[in-house]
Ligand binder design. Structure first.
Ligand code: AMP
Length: 366
């Protein structure tokens, strides 16, 4: 019997877009989260975590997935004793800890920044000596969108970085000189079918993704191949099921991995209208072991602009025929992701033009 009932740990916009993408394949959703009012509230029931509701959650679903790499691994292990949880706990644990993740990347031949574990001030001084400046000091866990990080440009910055982050488990990373940030997203099913999306070029500001563009312009065949090899290796080594995202730095000597996320990703939102089968639908197909959909682009160019902090005049965007507005139904809050606009286009020039026009809209929001 085909899987029908899907449990999602979390109930944010990623859960919402998974449920929206999967509903047309006659799948149903139950969310497991504290928040009863959420982007998912009209897509299925939400159970607030407790022992009783956990038992109920497990009894109401055939397969479980999650929205965040910060999902409790113990909870995942517990659920997995009753119903499969995809991606598996191995993918989750490796993505939750920057040191484990980087050591894993290197062990399977994926290049990363040089790094050192930092537990004491002496460790930090040694890391500065061995890696050279600048370095970035990061918490090993729960850092996202640039949080829990301090840049050390000169010896004078060591004190303040240490004061800010000491007491937490830390990693010091050599600063990678890169020309741009890219990501590669792929999906794998339990039957070992793998589909890879075209790479995206991503612009961040204040540590938050603002714009993604596809395909990446002027990317050498070697680098495109390197990205494919990296993600394929990761999927297979992790025995990963579902979508996996790898964030990359584009450097003169090749691609360097920054981090992975065992989930659908903001830099893949373009795929809703930009690809034949979106990352959300392909995630649902993968965890249900359905045949995967095509990751090819529908139009030659696609883009995504995030709406952050404040809602703008939505109607002005709805009037544009090459733009697709996605509103997560969230209230305004500084730096909160409220929605995104996808763009499809026949030419790079038109895509860039539309993104420039949307910059005014986004300014009004942010
Ligand atoms: P992260 O939370 O690790 O994704 O880092 C947030 C952002 O900081 C990245 O998107 C990069 O722009 C920058 N960054 C992180 N690590 C490095 C690094 N080792 N070298 C240069 N820039 C970095």
């Amino acid at each position: 019997m085909a899987v029908k009932r899907i449990g999602v740990i979390g109930s944010g916009q990623l859960g919402r877009m998974m449920a929206l993408a999967g509903t047309h394949l006659d799948t149903e959703y139950v969310f497991f989260d504290e928040a009863l009012e959420s982007p998912c509230s009209n897509l299925g029931p939400t159970l607030q975590p407790s022992q009783n509701t956990l038992d109920e959650f497990i009894s109401r679903v055939d397969v479980v997935t999650y929205e965040s790499e910060n999902t409790d691994a113990k909870l995942v292990e517990k659920i997995n004793q009753h119903v499969p949880v995809y991606p598996g706990v191995n993918s989750l644990l490796k993505s939750q800890h920057r040191l484990t993740e980087k050591a894993f990347f290197q062990s399977i031949g994926i290049s990363t920044a040089n790094f050192r574990k930092v537990e004491t001030k002496d460790d930090l001084n040694t890391a500065v000596e061995e890696l050279g400046l600048p370095i970035i000091l990061k918490t090993t866990r729960e850092g996202y969108d640039g949080k829990g990080q301090a840049m050390i440009k000169t010896a004078g910055d060591i004190e303040s970085a240490w004061a800010e982050l000491q007491g937490k488990e830390l990693i010091a990373e050599a600063f990678v000189t890169f020309s741009r940030e890219l990501s590669v997203i792929a999906t794998r099913s339990p039957s070992n079918e793998i589909k890879i999306y075209p790479l995206a070029e991503n612009d961040h500001s204040q540590g938050i993704l603002r714009v993604s563009k596809v395909p990446v312009q002027n990317l050498s065949d070697e680098k495109a191949e390197q990205a494919k090899q990296f993600i394929t290796k990761l999927l297979n080594e992790l025995n990963h099921v579902g979508v996996l995202t790898l964030e990359l730095f584009d450097t003169e000597s090749g691609l360097v991995a920054n981090e992975m996320a065992p989930r659908v990703h903001n830099s893949g939102h373009w795929s809703i209208e930009g690809a034949y089968c979106s990352q959300f639908e392909n995630h649902i197909r993968a965890i249900c072991d359905f045949p995967l959909g095509s990751t090819e682009q529908r139009e030659p160019f696609a883009g995504m602009v995030n709406i952050i902090g404040k809602h703008g005049d939505r109607n002005s965007v709805l009037k544009q025929e090459n733009c697709f507005y996605h509103d997560y139904g969230k209230s305004e809050r500084k730096n909160r992701k409220l929605g995104h606009i996808n763009i499809v286009s026949q030419s790079e020039a038109e895509l860039s033009n539309t993104i420039s026009q949307l910059a005014d809209f986004v300014k009004e929001c942010g």
